[in-house]
Design a protein around this ligand. Structure first.
Ligand SMILES: Nc1ncnc2c1ncn2[C@@H]1O[C@H](COP(=O)(O)OP(=O)(O)O)[C@@H](O)[C@H]1O
Ligand SMILES: [Mg+2]
Length: 454
């Protein structure tokens, strides 16, 4: 169950619980459910009309939904009423920065800090030009590290150039760690690896390396895993942008940070820039279109098109469970124009995955073929869950009896009976999109997977 779901259930039991409502509102913001968050804050104010955190929350929501000036006005009123409200000054500073008023932003940030030093936010400091390092955010590149050796990164600093450099990495896993998916691996070799390895050859045929590849499919079937493994397969740099960073970009309303990310990839070309759960950033939802998010989406498109700088040698890899939320503009030529469907593992792939997972556990000789047959419809994550749950049971028995108890085929089958294949719900949605909204054959692979075509 997601965090949001558990909070919803808790609130069903105690609907007037203010701390719970506050947590719930924040979780809604994390999931981009702004209307829901707004209702939660308003309920808080019904219970406690003076609850200032809820008022600040509403101001933040106004910004997120594109009402920046109203957000500023309300926040100003709050700090005027209570000039000691450190969080208020901090929010005001962020809003002013989003509004392009760096001077006020710097001033009010300092005010917040005087009142409460713990509110220190290195990233904001840089953006408002208060730290000597302000230039670093604009420049990107690999020299910042040497110029500022006093690296004292903190959590808020997620998207600073220095911090991102640590993320230019080559993950330790390779295709050998991904069970099955032979066709997908071959497709990735053709679409990503060979072009990267043979750039000159590519050029000789008048082709440029770059553009975007989108992986989509049900959750738990290895999109993130195969992306990391792709990076491990090739000798090029891999910059991974996780969902929480995407949300930070959004919350910070920060086109500049996005530019910095792309710039980092350009500086390290050939490189792969990987956006996991890219739909969070590139969503086609109406509420996002009408908000400040639109500017971020436009910035993303401009960066992808190379309007901003040369993208030769950088490849943008995106993964999503919800391709139908992706703004159609992202699928035009030169953007995410190579699409790869990542299906649940077939029987052979399940054999490979089961063998991989059994390698790390004490197992009795397993009947792998039987297990693979009995886990039809399971995703890789479901198979992992089967192993995890069974391991836990074996472990508690082992502790009781004081000896190692290996996992058996029967134990695993027993667990599998209680697990529901998690991809099923996904295919129910996907089927509708594939049947009724299959523009330019985007979902053809889903249709043929479901035996509805070809
Ligand atoms: N083909 C596979 N081989 C091995 N493990 C897999 C495979 N597919 C999924 N898994 C397991 O399931 C977990 C979740 O997969 P993940 O790549 O995060 O799925 P997705 O990104 O598609 O939601 C992985 O961390 C891995 O443990
Ligand atoms: Mg994933």
């Amino acid at each position: 169950m997601s965090k949001l779901q558990s909070l919803r259930e808790a609130l069903a039991v105690s609907p007037a619980n203010v701390p719970l409502l506050m947590l719930y509102a924040q979780a809604c913001i994390d999931e981009l459910s702004f209307d829901e968050a707004r209702r939660a804050y308003e309920q808080v104010l019904v219970q406690e009309p003076e609850r200032v955190e809820a008022k600040l929350g509403i101001a933040q929501l106004l910004q997120l939904t594109g009402h920046l000036s109203e957000a500023i006005v309300r926040t100003e009123a709050l700090v005027q009423a209570d000039p000691k409200l450190a969080e208020g000054w901090l929010l005001l500073s962020r809003l002013e920065l989003a509004d392009g008023d760096r001077r006020s932003a710097a001033e009010h940030y300092q005010k917040a800090l005087q009142l409460r030093p713990a509110l220190k936010d290195n990233a904001l400091e840089k953006l408002v030009g208060l730290s000597g390092r302000a230039a670093a955010t604009a420049a990107g590149g690999s020299t910042e590290k040497e110029r500022w050796p006093d690296d004292e990164d903190d959590y808020n600093d997620e998207l600073s150039a220095e911090r991102l450099l640590d993320e230019v990495s080559r993950p330790a896993i390779s295709f050998a760690d991904v069970g099955g998916m032979e066709e997908v691996k071959e497709e990735i070799r053709m679409k990503i690896i060979y072009p990267l390895q043979n750039r000159d050859l590519f050029r000789a045929y008048g082709k440029k390396l770059g553009g975007g590849v989108l992986l989509y499919g049900p959750p738990g079937c290895g999109k993130t895993l195969i992306s990391q493994a792709t990076a491990g397969e090739i000798r090029s740099n891999f910059i991974s942008v996780a969902l929480h960073q995407i949300l930070d970009l959004y919350i910070g309303n920060s086109e500049k940070n996005l530019h910095q990310l792309f710039q980092l990839a350009r500086d390290h070309a050939p490189a792969i820039l990987f956006f996991d759960e890219v739909d969070a950033l590139a969503a086609d939802r109406k509420d996002l279109r009408e908000s400040g998010m639109r500017t971020l989406i436009n910035q993303f498109l401009a960066e992808m098109d190379g309007n901003v700088a040369n993208n030769e040698g950088i490849l943008i890899l995106g993964a999503t469970n919800a391709p139908w939320h992706l703004d159609a503009a992202f699928r035009r030529p030169g953007r995410f124009d190579r699409i790869i469907f990542i299906p649940p593992p077939d029987e052979d792939a399940r054999i490979a995955i089961i063998e991989l997972m059994a390698k790390e556990k004490p197992v009795e000789r397993l009947d792998v073929a039987l297990l693979a047959r009995k886990t039809k419809g399971f995703s890789g994550a479901d198979i992992k869950a089967m192993f995890d749950v069974t391991t836990e049971q074996a472990l508690s028995r082992a502790m009781r009896e004081g000896r190692v108890i290996p996992l058996t085929t029967e134990d695993l089958l027993q667990t599998a009976r209680d697990l529901r294949p998690s991809a099923k719900a996904w295919f129910e949605s996907a089927k509708n999109y594939a049947l009724y909204a299959n523009q330019s054959g985007f979902y053809d692979d889903v249709l043929s997977f479901l035996n509805l075509r070809k």
